[in-house]
Design a protein around this ligand. Sequence first.
Ligand code: AMP
Ligand code: ZN
Length: 473
Amino acid sequence: MTLRLHNSLTGTKDEFQPLENRHVRMYTCGPTVWNYAHVGNLRAFLFYDLVRRHLRVSGYRVTHVMNLTDIDDRILDQAMHAGTTIAEFVKPYAQAFFEDMAALRAERAEHYPRATEHINEMVDMISTLIENENAYIADGDVYFRIASFPKYGELSHLDRAGLKAGARVAADKYEKESVSDFALWKKAQPADERIGAAWDAPFGRGRPGWHIECSAMSKRYLGETLDIHAGGVDLMFPHHENEIAQSEAANHATFARVWLHSEHLADATGDKMSKSAGSFTTLRHLVNAGHDPLAIRFFLIANAHYRSRVRLSPEALHAAAEQVRRLREFADRVNRTSPSGADDGELARKTADVRAAYRDALDDDLNLPQGVGIVFEHIREANAALDAGRVGPLNQASLLAVIDDLDAHLDVVRAEEPGLAQEVERLIAEREGARKTRDFARADRIRDELRARGIALEDSKEGVRWRRIAPAG
Ligand code: AMP
Ligand code: ZN
């Protein structure tokens, strides 16, 4: 089967083909670094990771760009309150984002451009839009003229007559020709200067709007036409609609060929998790409550298909942890088996079928939950074969290959760095030695060193145990 992805633009699952042979250009909307990312944001970011991994499994080279929004109204407000510059204000949150992504084992994108480092590209694009009369200046602000772009609304299948301004658009209080026109540039206010949030431009000193950054930065790193653009479903309107309008009006080229949108994570009450609404949980919260980041990873990508809503609950996280444990236990058991007898033909055939079915599930719009279900069913059979001593050397190799296939997306089974367990055990022994000689300073240093590497120690009846946590930051 070939890879099919649900394209929001067409509303159907379409066969995927990049423009350039075997190379995919992908842009994904990243975090606004005004606070810690909540687990809902992380669901979107891990969805990007899943897309990226499956493209690579499918033999594509991927150039993946994820932006950091380091200027927006909330960042301005917070920096002003804190009496600091926006650059200083966002620092810890940008760092926390990278730590969270590492703890969740998201593969790194090729580029993480920051909005404030690409103001020139945005100014250039806005200048072009003004020249083309797709944009106009009103009292020092610059707006995109939606009436100049007949395709507006195609992605979200909006009825143009019924267009309503979106939340972030409605916050603009300036003179516009039409209520749905959106800001490309906002005139500098005296307070913006104090917090380092104003730049020169031919159309007046100011700062960029939110939407223009993605149009400008995707072009800078990936060119005018993207193979894939992804984001959370809440971004479809107005953000993605506005990106299309800006890019296509400026470049006269198709902006993104495939649009992927992931569904929301809901909180325990079933509402969308959102920072502004105040109901949100961070990775740090969950890890401090004792959850393994990799169980959280499993829950976020494998519990439900990316286009359905999921609800965060302690029960769901425990169930995910249990599934991760079972996968690791199985992988361990297959690894430790020393097959002596002949291979079981029936098991070999079934294992081959399972590998094909797993691949088909992922090729079918990234249906990882289905793929995981297929593997778990087979694990039951394989365990029975192991109990009965019916696993030969080829059986063993192909069972390990099933786990490898699965882990290429999940990355929770063999996630341990090679040699990590021995290294940790060695440090634990060293710390025990230090404690015996009452060198508590040294014992504490070892514990802190492990903590910084994302390992927490726990004293238990059977001695000291360790578990993964988000690295200390
Ligand atoms: P933001 O930091 O608000 O710009 O959002 C970053 C990403 O998280 C975007 O792709 C959003 O669509 C996504 N997102 C925001 N809230 C949720 C949620 N509750 N569940 C899933 N994704 C979300
Ligand atoms: Zn964006």
